[in-house]
Design a protein around this ligand. Structure first.
Ligand code: GLY
Length: 333
């Protein structure tokens, strides 16, 4: 069992990481309070069953799996049903699932009656090491990912690494892309551990390492105006590719291609290729440069035609560079 304190001033919370934690949920939350659970129709039924057996009378919403559930229609539908069910401001809302569920549920929590408590129970590698920590919540507009949202920290994050056992290899590797990113931007030894060691045998260690790196960055810049942007390595091009593929490319796959494109001309690129190959992550992809550039132009990170990109000096050492929006074309090959 590992506990990491996310010590954001006035919004401190803990991330507990423990095998089998789901079965001990009553040790971490008051199961007798008013509770709403949001999950999706793809998450193995046993997880919801365990929660239902421990929590008195939760109101449950099961949304369709996938990015299309991060929509204003679904958020509005859930909010209306919560109002009809007389869910009060004293309620707790639980996100049980991956990044989509965490983002959607956190967004609802941030606006329902001007904000109610929420907790994250992430069940995918990507959400365990990245999206469940740091308080970014939100939904997509018709043509912009995460266009509508807030910074709204959970009360606690409960990670049961055993939930990863039911992930497909493709979904697991989707999360590995973000783990590789942490190594590249902040921790050389993590990068080479990912390359050389057996991830599954040491999963608790790898999850904690990533959460600690994210914690160290987020506590310095909760609102993403400075150093937190370093977490976006590979993401500007990645988000554009993800949208262009209509979300057929998974987030981690799109970020892998984005990281590769941003590594051009740097000596670490060969190690990046080796590590992406180990986790069957893509780095070559056919795309239309002008279309991808048009997506990037509408990215919310572009301000006055300027964009902060992240580059890696050497493995473990990322930095932010401000460029004119047109300069991103030089990375699209
Ligand atoms: N996933 C990037 C961030 O939380 O800032």
């Amino acid at each position: 069992m590992k506990t990491i304190n996310i010590n954001i001033p006035n919004k401190e919370y803990k991330v507990h990481i423990n095998n089998g934690l789901l079965f001990d949920i009553d040790k971490y939350i008051d199961v007798f309070r008013e509770i709403v659970i949001v999950t999706d129709d793809f998450i193995p039924k046993q997880y919801l069953k365990v929660l239902k057996s421990k929590i008195a009378n939760p109101l449950i919403f099961e949304v369709p799996m996938g990015e299309s559930s991060k929509s204003i229609d679904i958020a509005y539908q859930i909010i209306n049903e919560m109002i009809e069910s007389k869910i009060s401001r004293g309620a707790l809302i639980i996100a049980l699932g991956g990044g989509v569920i965490g983002d959607l549920t956190g967004f609802i929590a941030s606006i329902y009656m001007r904000g109610i408590d929420f907790i994250q129970i992430p069940t995918t590698l990507l959400s365990q090491i990245d999206s469940s920590v740091g308080g970014k919540v939100g939904i997509n507009s018709d043509n912009m990912k995460n266009a509508i949202g807030a910074f709204y920290q959970p009360k606690v994050v409960l990670i049961d690494p055993e939930t990863l056992n039911t992930l497909s290899e493709k979904e697991f590797n989707n999360g590995m892309a973000e783990m590789i990113k942490y190594g590249l931007i902040a921790d050389k030894s993590l990068f080479y551990d990912i390359l050389e060691k057996d991830i599954h045998e040491n999963i608790e260690y790898f999850i904690s390492k990533c959460v600690e790196i994210k914690r160290d960055i987020v506590i310095k810049d909760e609102l993403d105006t400075g150093i937190r942007q370093i977490l976006n390595f590979g993401h500007t091009i990645g988000h554009a590719l993800e949208q262009d593929s209509n979300y057929e490319l998974l987030h981690g796959e799109a970020v892998s291609i984005g990281m590769y494109l941003m590594s051009d001309g740097f000596s670490y690129q060969k190690d990046l290729v080796q590590i992406l190959n180990k986790y069957s992550l893509p780095y070559n992809h056919d795309y239309d440069k002008e279309t991808i550039f048009n997506y990037i132009k509408t990215d919310k990170k572009v301000i006055n035609n300027k964009l902060n990109i992240i580059l890696i000096k050497e493995i473990g050492n990322g930095f932010i560079k401000t460029i004119n929006i047109n300069e991103i074309k030089g990375y699209l090959r």
